[in-house]
Design a protein around this ligand. Structure first.
Ligand code: ZN
Length: 112
């Protein structure tokens, strides 16, 4: 039997270890108690590189954008995370903001 080598950990094993390093807040956030970067995001060592924990737990790919519904940067509750692409992010902001700004406001200023 092969022992003590550098057999890579499975995602599930890493996830279990990560879940042991959280503190559940009143708002249901899973606050990361491990290493945190100066920008507020928790990081975890995966192999020989550091990954942001909230991205790791949702298995985000290179082009995926992971957002926090709760706006808590070191929260890693997967129910608080939204995964999408950069393009979706742009569409979201168009739908939420710009669209509303057109419509009525322009019409009103014309009438005035
Ligand atoms: Zn949260």
């Amino acid at each position: 039997m092969y022992r003590g080598g550098s057999k890579p950990l499975s995602f599930e094993t890493r996830l279990q270890r990560i879940n042991q390093k959280v503190q559940v807040s009143d708002t249901g956030c899973w606050l990361w108690t491990g290493t945190t970067r100066p920008d507020g995001y928790g990081v975890v060592k995966v192999g020989d590189r550091w990954e942001r924990v909230h991205r790791f737990v949702v298995r985000a790919g290179e082009i995926d954008v992971v957002r926090h519904k709760c706006n808590v940067r070191n929260c890693i509750n997967r129910e608080h995370l939204i995964i999408g692409t950069q393009a979706q992010n742009v569409l979201d902001s168009v739908a939420a903001g710009t669209h509303h700004a057109f419509g009525r406001k322009l019409k009103e200023s014309k009438d005035a």
